[in-house]
Design a protein around this ligand. Structure first.
Ligand SMILES: *Cc1c(COP(=O)(O)O)cnc(C)c1O
Length: 217
C-alpha cells in the first residue's frame, strides 16, 4: 500500500502547476481489491474511495462505513437506470452520467429522495465506440440539459484512449469545462494523474498505484 507516496506525488504535481495540493481530491479506486488492502488504506486515515459497480460497492461499503465512520464514495463505472436508486442512496458522487435518459431518471429520483449526489458528466473524448460518455460535440448540450433538470453538475469526467497521448484529452476536457462554467475535472489514473493535475484535474482516480495490481476474482 503506497498511499503516502501517491499523496506526495499529487502535492508535488499540484505545486509544480502553481496549484494548492488541497485543490486535488484523491479518489482511491478500490474495485476488485481484497478487503484487507482496502482496510489498510482506511486504517491509514483515507476516506475517499471509488468503485465501478453498484453491486460490488453495496456488498462492502455499508460494512466499512459501520466500522470506520463516514466515507465519501464515488461511482466511476457505467450506471444502468434500474440501479440508479440504489446508486443514489450509496454514493456521494457519480462520475458516469453519460446520457439524457439517465439524467431524467436521476432528476426524478432526486425529487423523490430529497437529495442527489454531486454529478460529473462523462465525455468520450476519444469518440471510442466501446466507451461510455457523451461525444465531445454533444457535451455542451448535455450540460445545459442536466442543468435545466436541476441536477447538481460538478464537472466533467473522461477516460482517455489507452494508446493516445492523454494530455491532449485532458486539455480538451478542461477547455470544455471552462466554456461551460464547470469547476470539476475528474481525470487522471495511476499512469497519468500527474499530467492530469498539470491540466487542472480536481479529482484523480487512482487504483493500482495505491492498492497494487488488481487480481482477477
Ligand atoms: C479502474 C478505474 C480507475 C483506476 O485505474 P488504475 O489504473 O488502477 O489507477 C480510474 N477510473 C476508472 C473509471 C476506472 O474504471
Amino acid at each position: 500500500m503506497s498511499l503516502q507516496g501517491i499523496k506526495a506525488r499529487i502535492a508535488a504535481a499540484a505545486e509544480q502547476a502553481g496549484r494548492a495540493p488541497e485543490s486535488v481530491s484523491l479518489i482511491a479506486v478500490s474495485k476488485v481489491q481484497p478487503d484487507d488492502r482496502v482496510r489498510a488504506v482506511l486504517d491509514a486515515g483515507h476516506r475517499v474511495f471509488g468503485e465501478n459497480r453498484v453491486q460490488e460497492a453495496a456488498g462492502k461499503w455499508p460494512g466499512f462505513r459501520d466500522a470506520f465512520g463516514p466515507v465519501e464514495l464515488h461511482l466511476l463505472g457505467p450506471l444502468q437506470s434500474n440501479k440508479a436508486r440504489q446508486a443514489m442512496e450509496l454514493f456521494d458522487v457519480i462520475h458516469s452520467l453519460d446520457r439524457l435518459k439517465l439524467a431524467r431518471t436521476l432528476a426524478r429520483l432526486a425529487d423523490e429522495l430529497g437529495r442527489c449526489p454531486d454529478l460529473f458528466i462523462q465525455v468520450n473524448t476519444g469518440a471510442e465506440p466501446q466507451k461510455a460518455g457523451v461525444l465531445p460535440d454533444d457535451a455542451d448540450t448535455m450540460v445545459a440539459e442536466c442543468r435545466a433538470l436541476g441536477l447538481p453538475v460538478l464537472g466533467l469526467m473522461s477516460i482517455p484512449p489507452v494508446d493516445e497521448d492523454a494530455a491532449r484529452h485532458f486539455k480538451l476536457l478542461a477547455d470544455m469545462a471552462t466554456r461551460n462554467g464547470l469547476s470539476g475535472l475528474s481525470m487522471g489514473m495511476s499512469d497519468d494523474f500527474e499530467t492530469a493535475i498539470a491540466h487542472g484535474a480536481t479529482h484523480v482516480r487512482v487504483g493500482s498505484a495505491i492498492f497494487g495490481a488488481r487480481e482477477p476474482a
